[in-house]
Design a protein around this ligand. Structure first.
Ligand code: ACO
Length: 435
């Protein structure tokens, strides 16, 4: 394949056309892409790319990642700057609307989110139908999907106003639903949202408050949680976001699309890794056991992988892990847990892995999940809620990407092709002639 310079085309010899010219498209930053939309019509061939390792499925203005350099930008702003200077709802506004809000814009947005946090009482009854030991992610998938039954009639996804109401509802209700799932599993009374709290503070109130006494939100915990929310807000076309876009591309309800996104996030190769990291650090148990686990991670016959390490896109330090690493030190110190054994194991594990040829050659670095679980655990958030918190924070990214997709004039129903390797057409065999 050759690039023809200013003409911006690539030439391909394939199929029934000897040489096909394909348009090269450029974004504002990042690699160019070859436009293969007419490839099948022109050559009779498809491309083969399991896992979409080389395929751009859409154009997007929301998030940019340079995986080689370890850079993450939302609407052009570095994640490190956003984590330091903004709160989560400010970042939500940026992700949704493309610009940082003025004070008045932010106040209006915060008010809008705050006043959508209650859920229909029937949601509480639905949650009561689960077994007490149901995983919060299972409850979240079901309840967010169920929202489509509560807001179905009035939802025209082609109406921007309707889409914006769905956006507010989802961002606002996700902490309520996640905390309800937790309260149910703990056998404690459900807590209603309190509008006097911040977004993160309200979540802590619904998680840890009880009706018999007032709950004072610890500002240190609220700030640490808010930062975790910021770091998980969006991450361009990852598995769960692509799932949301794929489901949404059929014109399905945004609640159904986000529910599918939550399902996709649950897997241990994606958002489920933060839970797996804490379990792994517990299994390692002490610093002297680290070499044994590093050895297992490198052994191809052992299914064990170093959880929280490696990333499809980052071939450098995940910038979110960098922020969380310093956050972990700060928060644990403030909570009087400076000598937390899991943090000590994580730091040493990282040091040893980064000096190891196996990890260096494969460019495996800590990802966002490596330190987040330690902070959440120090805040007494149960492990089973870690991925639910990720889902809560990622909701803004999912819904922003869904909105962008619905507005995109080039948007089509997502429908990949395949390389068929099954039997070719053959004659039907009647039952008495089989075997
Ligand atoms: N521990 C040990 N080896 C690893 C790890 C790991 N955590 N991650 C990748 N490798 C190895 C693979 O075995 C492979 O080795 P090989 O070339 O000798 O066969 C090589 O590194 C490349 O890995 P792939 O699995 O091909 O990379 P891919 O991009 O498909 O996977 C993934 C990325 C799924 C994140 C992987 O690194 C992984 O499983 N990590 C652990 C789980 C995790 O932390 N997930 C969270 C990701 S961040 C997020 O979703 C928010």
């Amino acid at each position: 394949m050759t690039n023809t310079g200013n003409g911006r085309t690539a030439k391909l010899e394939a199929g029934h056309n000897q040489v096909t010219e394909l348009q090269i498209m450029s974004g504002s930053v990042g690699p160019d892409v070859i436009d293969i939309r007419k490839l099948y019509a022109q050559t009779g061939t498809f491309t083969y790319d399991p896992g979409f390792t080389s395929t751009a499925a859409c154009q997007s203005k929301i998030t940019y990642i340079d995986g080689d350099e370890g850079v993450l930008l939302h609407r052009g702003y570095r994640i490190e700057d956003l984590a330091e200077h903004c709160d989560f709802l400010e970042v939500c506004y940026l992700i949704l609307y493309g610009e940082l809000p003025t004070e008045a814009e932010k106040a209006k947005f915060v008010h809008g989110v705050t006043y959508h946090t209650m859920v229909h009482e029937q949601i509480l009854n639905l949650i009561r139908g689960f077994r007490r030991d149901a995983h919060p992610m299972a409850v979240l998938i079901a309840m967010v999907g169920a929202l489509s039954a509560f807001y179905h009639e009035d939802l025209d996804i082609n109406d921007p106003h309707n889409r914006m109401i769905a956006t507010y509802r989802l961002i606002a209700k996700m902490p309520t639903i996640a905390s309800l799932a937790y309260k149910y599993s703990a056998g404690q009374p459900f807590m209603y949202p309190q509008n006097r709290h911040t977004y993160a503070g309200n979540f802590l109130h619904m998680m840890f408050g009880v009706p018999c006494e007032p709950y004072e939100v610890d500002p240190v915990l609220a700030k640490a949680l808010d930062r975790i929310f910021i770091l998980h807000a969006d991450h361009e076309q990852n598995a769960s976001t692509s799932t949301v876009r794929l489901v949404g591309s059929t014109g399905a309800s945004p609640y159904a699309a986000i529910s599918a996104g939550i399902a996709s996030l649950w897997g241990p190769a994606h958002g489920g890794a933060n839970e797996a990291v804490v379990q792994m650090l517990g299994e390692v148990g002490s610093v002297d056991k680290i070499p044994e686990f590093i050895k297992r991670a490198k052994d191809k016959d052992d299914p064990f992988r170093l959880m929280g390490f490696g990333h499809r896109v980052y071939k450098n330090y995940d910038p979110r892990a960098g922020v969380l690493k310093s956050s972990a030190d700060e928060v644990l110190e403030l909570l009087g847990q400076g000598d937390n054994p899991k943090l000590a194991i994580a730091r040493e594990l990282e040091r040893i892995a980064l000096e190891d040829d196996y990890f260096q050659e494969r460019k495996l670095f800590p990802n966002v999940d490596f330190y987040s679980g330690i902070i959440l655990e120090a805040m007494h958030i149960p492990t089973s809620m870690f991925t639910a918190i990720f889902a809560l924070a990622r909701t803004v990214g999912w819904i922003a990407q869904w909105n962008e997709m619905v507005e995109d004039p080039e948007q089509k129903i997502g429908r990949p092709r395949q390389l068929y390797t099954g039997p070719a057409q053959r004659a039907f065999v009647p039952m008495d002639q089989r075997g």
